[in-house]
Design a protein around this ligand. Sequence first.
Ligand code: CA
Ligand code: CA
Length: 256
Amino acid sequence: MKKIISLAMAAMLTVGSMVIGVSAHKDYKSWGNVPATDAKITLDGKIDEIYKKGLVVDVATPANGATGKAYFVWSGSNLYCAIEVKDADICALDDAKNAWEQDGIELTYDWKNDGSTRHKWMVRYDGRVTKAGDASADAIKAAATKADGSYIIEMVNALPDGVKAGSQIGINVLIDDMSNNNAARGIIRSVQSGNATENEVAKFDYIVLSADKVAVEAAKPTTPPTAAQTADALSLTVAAAAIGAAGIVVFRKKRG
Ligand SMILES: [Ca+2]
Ligand SMILES: [Ca+2]
């Protein structure tokens, strides 16, 4: 009886916490599911095909010159994020300036999605990384490529212990957009980061690591597969035999 009462109380507590919410942070919105993949991803500052099957988020609010797209997939114990930035005025980098006063991106994860930690990295368009908050520099690897009017920053983080399929991760992404020879600065956020400034971790929205897997589609063959060729040859033989047999019948009828 005692056990039944304990179970009933546990059930009531569970229902209660679901109604009240475990923490306010979890009441914010999901950016969406980040699919898993077994595809090989090369950290080279280029958008691998598999990213296009991932979670894709616009980084374009408020509009302020630069815009971007952020791609997310996860694989094994790694979370990948690639951000492609369109920036018509990419200013020269200057080591004397702060990282956030250079063209580049800022990526922040709250691994427990409870507002308790702020793991932030600022990556400039040449791939240089500056850490902030609770982040360590070796928790991220980054590569970058730059073209006329655009750059790509590709990053991979090892997932901390306990972060797995089903986990929610608080997140904020923004683009630091300098213009006019570094004289002016704009910040471009993802729409989903609109609730919070870059350091208000407790207000972050979140991503969800999905168990669903995505794969790159196999390239279409340029010649028909062997099995189809064999089938075609076989049906031609059957057709020829049928014509032959019909020919014999006709011939016999004429003779008869
Ligand atoms: Ca790549
Ligand atoms: Ca710029």
